[in-house]
Design a protein around this ligand. Structure first.
Ligand code: FE2
Ligand code: FE2
Length: 239
């Protein structure tokens, strides 16, 4: 009777498990649609800043003892923290895109765990931008969509390159954050505490990817990633 009903609904006899014991095609399609809708909802929460994060801001509570910044220093610090915020938007979207199509459950967990920590970074950068009376980049939806698409493409390159992509991303972010620690005003202790913790986490993400078998990426791919990063950092500082 149940089979008749499924056939009447256009699902045919494939509604039950197939000969290999796999889920029926309609159920796999429904599962994929659920995953895509869940990712769309997640993207909206990341972009509007309401995605929940786990760890407390390493800058700690604001205090009257925090050194005051001049207007020029505040603008400069805000530009750098906006760049960092965009970097976290990109990392978040990249890893979620890679995880969506990853068939290895262990590697999928590695990618999603890194993405969770990037959410903490995202929230800390956003909080610092608010403190500096500034705002996130207006181009964040574009950065998220582009990075998510890149993650989907990267996921088809196989597990070692997938992890290689993660390791190279983290390596470049690490260098970039080291540069920001030199560029931030010396007495902007709150931004410095955030960037230092982020840099330490990114080192952890890189070594995790390497420990799980990350393959070195070809030089042209590394170069293209650097070029994209340069475009992102230049535009995000202002827009
Ligand atoms: Fe991060
Ligand atoms: Fe990271």
């Amino acid at each position: 009777m149940e089979q008749v009903m499924h056939e009447a609904e256009g699902m045919g006899p494939a509604a039950g498990p197939d000969a290999r014991g796999a889920a029926p095609a309609w159920r796999r399609r429904a599962g994929r649609l659920d995953a895509i809708l869940a990712e769309a909802g997640r993207a909206l929460r990341v972009l509007d800043g309401t995605v929940s994060h786990e760890r407390a801001n390493p800058a700690g509570p604001a205090s009257a003892d925090d050194p005051a910044l001049s207007d020029a220093e505040s603008r400069h610090a805000a530009g750098l923290m906006r760049v960092n915020h965009v970097g976290e938007i990109c990392a978040q979207a990249l890893y979620r895109g890679q995880a969506l199509l990853c068939r290895d459950e262990g590697i999928r967990r590695v990618l999603l765990r890194a993405a969770e920590e990037e959410v903490d970074h995202l929230a800390w950068c956003r909080q610092r931008l608010d403190e500096l009376h500034s705002r996130p980049s207006l181009l964040n939806p574009l950065w998220y969509a582009g990075s998510f698409g890149l993650g989907l493409v990267a996921s088809r390159a196989g597990i070692p390159y997938n992890l290689g992509f993660m390791a190279e991303t983290e390596r470049q972010v690490e260098e970039h954050l080291d540069g920001h620690l030199n560029a931030l005003p010396d007495h902007d202790r709150r931004s410095r505490r955030i960037v230092t913790r982020m840099r330490d986490d990114e080192i952890g993400h890189r070594t995790t990817a390497e420990d799980h078998g990350a393959a070195p990426l070809p030089a042209p791919v590394r170069g293209a990633m650097r070029l994209m990063s340069r475009i992102m950092t230049t535009t995000a500082y202002r827009i």
